[in-house]
Design a protein. Structure first.
Length: 293
């Protein structure tokens, strides 16, 4: 499945679906999932290439339709909560349009320093797709830390780092280190070790694919077909103040009001962060939690 449960919340509240940025993965949403772990389930959607080895999308609309299908298999009917960072924002707009056109209600649409159509003239900066061999191990450990914190409420990053360092003294292989850490966390928190292990394997596969496939470049080309859609839902926006000039943000807001969020913007917030850090910034996480109450 392209839908990954990113926290363990069993709340009756409608879940939040996070559409992927250009690289097609979901790691950036783990801090968000951890913050919302007490209030609602968070699902991350991954590119189909993560599910079907060797897959490459050939059209923007096919990609959008695939995400709609995956969301409706998980939650057949609304109200739907959608969020997207960077190119994920463009996908979230398109998905919201398809759902509303089908008669469903989209109750929340969060756009996090979203990509906008080229015609708007507002450049966006995607995450760097290049992951060197030397960095790959660090990425696995970073993903392990983020995902464990999302699934184990209250777990401190330093606790995981200490377990990693301890494991590296007794075993040499990366997979053995990770397995030992997962076993220790499961034991300490009386959790099912197989569930935690399975969850991390999903993330490991994502790292592997993002290293091996040029999804970012391919998806950037497909996204040139993106156009803003008229929606019923009032959009919540967050902008990266260190990556955007005030005039750019004002123009983006005006375009969204005219062509997309025609019933008004529910909120628009500029945060003093770069594009690539905005989705994990404390001010964003706090603001999102407040809007989803």
């Amino acid at each position: 499945s392209a839908v990954i449960a990113m926290n363990a919340n069993g709340s009756a509240h409608a879940p939040l679906f996070c559409l992927p940025p250009g690289g097609g993965g979901t790691y950036s949403y783990y801090p968000l999932a951890g913050r919302l772990s007490d209030s609602r389930r968070v699902y991350g959607l991954v590119n189909k290439a993560y599910v079907v080895p060797g897959w490459f999308d050939t059209s923007w609309q096919d990609m959008v339709d695939y995400y709609v299908e995956q969301i409706r298999m998980t939650q057949p009917h609304g109200p739907y909560n959608l969020l997207g960072w960077s190119m994920g924002g463009a996908l979230a707009v398109e998905v919201a349009h398809v759902l509303e056109r089908a008669g469903e209600v989209v109750s929340f649409l969060g756009l996090v320093d979203t990509q906008l159509p080229a015609s708007v003239g507002m450049q966006w900066v995607e995450e760097d797709p290049h992951v060197t061999t030397q960095q790959q191990g660090e990425n696995y450990y970073r993903s392990l830390i983020k995902s464990l914190q999302a699934f184990v409420p209250g777990l401190q990053e330093q606790t995981i780092v200490d377990l990693i360092e301890t494991a590296r003294q007794s075993v040499t292989g990366e997979s053995e280190v990770i397995d030992q850490v997962i076993e220790q966390i499961a034991l300490q928190h009386a959790m099912n070790v197989d569930s935690l292990r399975s969850m991390f394997q999903d993330i490991a596969v994502q790292d592997e694919i993002e290293t091996g496939y040029k999804l970012l470049e391919a998806n950037a080309k497909l996204s040139q077909a993106f156009t803003l859609r008229t929606l019923n839902v009032q959009v919540d926006c967050w902008w990266a103040g260190q990556s955007r000039k005030p005039g750019q943000i004002a123009k983006a807001e005006a375009v969204l009001l005219e062509q997309c969020s025609v019933n008004g913007l529910r909120s628009s917030t500029t945060i003093d962060q770069r594009h690539d850090n905005l989705v994990i910034a404390e001010a964003f996480l706090q603001g999102l939690a407040e809007r989803l109450v």
